[in-house]
Design a binder for this molecule. Sequence first.
Ligand code: ADP
Ligand code: MG
Length: 393
Amino acid sequence: MTADPPWTVRLAAEFRSRFGHAAAPRVAVAPGRVNLIGEHTDYNDGWVLPMAVDRWVGAAFARREDRRIRAYSRVFDETREIALDGIAPPGGSDWFSFVAGAAWALRSAGYRVSGIDLAVDGDVPLGSGLSSSSALVMASMLALCEASEIAWAPVEMALLGHRAEHDYIGVKGGVMDQLASVLGREGHALLLDCRTLETDLVPLPAEAAIVVMDTGAPRILAASAYNDRSRSCREAVAELRGADPGIAALRDVEPGFLEFERGRLDDTTYRRALHVVEEMSRPFALALALAEADLVAAGRLMSESHASLRDLFEVSSPELDLFVELARRQPTCFGARLTGAGFGGCAIALVSAEAAPAFADEVHASYRAEVDLPSSVFICRPVSGAHILDSTS
Ligand code: ADP
Ligand code: MG
């Protein structure tokens, strides 16, 4: 059972009145995600531990008999249209490009996509690092598959969703976000190997809650810093290959080896590589701690990860550090860290479930006393991945 987002009924009604359809549309939904640990490891062929959360993007849809896509966004209050056969990269970076990109990626894999009317809406905060873009891409792709009678193969479709964001939109991220959005499972996080795409489900203990703390700070530096950090990682690999040609990515580097070959790297590159190499083992360690319901160990790992992102990888911000610090001052908090690429966006805290509502109120009040930004704090729940709603009437 999934608790369907209440706004999907409103979305279905909007679809009918806006496009003049008599019949009720079907609705595809896809969740956003938080990454519990394993930050900046995905594009280094490593492991991550994301969790699909109960914030969704929905797409109400009906097939069209011509070869056009027509879509309405409630958030932007805008209708856009494009001929399927005319979609080619590079796409833009506006909301409609995520919809068109999903169609382009399906077609580039040889699927026959039919025309579609879509209305999209959602409650994943936009641009906060909870991956609203991937939720939009995957909800659009599921709608397109249903309308075109293409069988839904979750991993393949996540890879195509990644292609849409990577090659059509041009955002050079890893595949974690799309995989989390389709493979999420109620009550579980997902231990994901970004090289082999193998996944393991990790239960979130009932006595634990994950609280999202959205700084409200714009991620102005995020794109350029992201590219800068991934370049550092590639440079580290190029230098370390001089000592061992078998190294294809930082995943292949042991901590002892990095220490031994440290002289090959300048100090900044070394510290960035050190973060990635040490962070590689944290998804396993956290998965184990959660499976054993050892919240003290789990929280310690999250706090260590934050310190490493702040001091070694240097992708934190004053607002993220403040939220993490305020969270850790609360006795009901086991640990906290920034989540996502950094430079603004969200932090998360691991908190005892029964104390989570009071924790959220107190931490948010303390943050607001110091920072005047449109911040928010909320408890999130692990949910199942993209699916078609049973009924919206
Ligand atoms: P993030 O994925 O971290 O939320 P991005 O910058 O990658 O941030 O993606 C945000 C963009 O995704 C928005 O600017 C918008 O174009 C699109 N988007 C996300 N959710 C929606 C939505 N509900 N309706 C329309 N567009 C959306
Ligand atoms: Mg995104």
